[in-house]
Design a protein around this ligand. Structure first.
Ligand code: 2BA
Length: 107
């Protein structure tokens, strides 16, 4: 069994959730915050069979959009350049971690 963490933009969370559910995959949604932008995002915790991991990744890929966001230059530059132009970063689609599960219990 695997535990998949999928971090998606909150605007995509509803579609990803629906996609997982239509594929018969159970998930827990957590409200999370990106360490870089300090903006809310959504983390899905998905415990699934090894054979379902590719489906999970496919669903996340299908329903997560790439977005461009402008951030102050000070967020990405090592030194604070007061007059530097804001910098554009690309967010997403989804950031996914696949981990092993040693034991799964529902009691
Ligand atoms: P944030 O940390 O808020 O990052 C938002 C976007 O800002 C990132 O999009 C990336 O394009 C940019 N970014 C982040 N750190 C950067 C840096 N040091 N320099 C320049 N640009 C930077 P994504 O890569 O798509 O990540 C989206 C969200 O996924 C992240 O939000 C964070 O919550 C999570 N994430 C990404 N990589 C992670 C990792 N290695 N471990 C844990 N969480 C991660």
């Amino acid at each position: 069994m695997k535990l998949v963490y999928a971090i998606v933009h909150s605007d995509d969370a509803y579609a990803v959730n629906k996609g997982l559910s239509s594929a018969g995959i159970r998930a827990t949604k957590l409200a999370s915050t990106g360490g870089f932008l300090s903006k809310g995002n959504t983390t899905f915790m998905i415990c699934c069979d090894n054979a379902q991991v590719d489906t999970v990744i496919e669903v996340c890929k299908q329903y997560s959009q790439k977005r461009k966001q402008t951030v102050p230059a000070s967020a990405v530059l090592e030194r604070d350049y007061a007059n530097a132009e804001p910098v554009e970063v690309t967010i997403g689609g989804a950031t996914i971690f696949v981990t092993d599960i040693e034991r799964f219990e529902q009691v």
